[in-house]
Write a protein that binds this ligand. Structure first.
Ligand code: G3H
Ligand code: ZN
Length: 283
């Protein structure tokens, strides 16, 4: 069934687990995530980035994800990931997404509040949820100096102010994770997470969670993370599946025989994450 972000994250916050948000770009990815969620009886978030929408088309992604959600026996959210453009966010509203993210993290605090508030006003008027972002979640940041790393992280007092001013339903925070592949072991600032949680009531979101250790993920969930974003792990599973299929039968030219194993590989990864996040059995 199709649901909003606010609904699933409200339950997650009460139940002290996190819901996985997985990036989708094509049919096989959507099916892999939904099959895993149904098998695990878990709520799930299908999300598309602006790059994903450009690749597949906002109407294609929305139609596929909505169909998957309508057919599914578990709660499914159709969410825009890292939206930065008001017009594109409105296109998602029009195409039936059930929630959107407005990422105003590149702006100074007051400007971020301003752009986020505008989206919240429109989205809430039509019953959709909104995720905002405060603090910068960069790319791989091994070469970033300590003071720069600190400066990019979310300030607890700013987070409290931002959540109150904007009325967002979820807040993405920066506590040391980064998008993409890590060169070393990511170091999460759990004290910062604790301090943010102490003053912010809305569910908190962890981005860049691929490659973060199981222990760190578990601790983050214990400390109040309710939504966990995974993209790179799925990309790698997809590519692993394709490589293995082609290696096993180099003469194969039926796309179904190549994409089928990739779908299975992604499904396994998603199932593992749903168990780790504690959402399995919570649908
Ligand atoms: O918004 C998407 C995520 O934060 C994914 O990050 O590719 O590092 O898993 P990841
Ligand atoms: Zn992200």
């Amino acid at each position: 069934m199709l649901v909003t972000l606010k609904e699933v994250l409200g339950d997650a916050q009460k139940g002290r687990y996190a819901v996985g948000a997985f990036n989708v770009n094509n049919m096989e990815i959507v099916q892999a995530i939904i099959e895993a969620a149904e098998e695990q009886q878990s709520p799930v978030i299908l999300q598309a980035s602006q790059g994903g929408l450009k690749y597949a088309g906002v109407d294609y992604i929305a139609a596929m994800a909505r169909l998957a959600g309508e057919k599914a026996s578990v709660p499914v959210v159709v969410h825009l990931d890292h939206g930065t453009d008001f017009k594109q966010i409105m296109l998602c509203v029009r195409n039936g997404f059930t929630s959107v993210m407005i990422d105003g993290s590149k702006y100074p605090l007051e400007e971020n509040i301003e752009v986020t508030k505008k989206v919240v006003e429109v989205a809430h008027a039509v019953g959709m949820s909104v995720e905002g972002e405060l603090g910068k979640i960069g790319g791989v940041e091994d070469d970033v100096k300590v003071d720069e790393r600190e400066a990019a992280m979310t300030d607890p007092a700013d987070a409290e102010y931002f959540a109150k001013e904007t009325g967002v339903d979820a807040l993405a925070i920066s506590i040391g994770t980064a998008h993409g592949l890590y060169k070393g072991e990511p170091r999460l600032d759990f004290d910062r997470l604790k301090n943010i949680r102490a003053v912010v009531d809305v569910p908190l979101v962890l981005h860049g969670a691929s490659g973060v250790s199981d222990e760190a993920i578990k601790k983050a969930v214990e400390l109040g993370i309710c939504k966990i974003n995974i993209d790179t792990d799925i990309r790698q599973a997809f590519t692993r599946g394709v490589h293995a299929a082609v290696k096993e039968n180099p003469d194969e030219f039926d796309p179904r025989k190549i994409l089928g194993p990739a779908r299975d590989e992604m499904k396994n990864i998603v199932a593992t994450k749903l168990k780790l996040f504690g959402s399995a059995g919570k649908a």
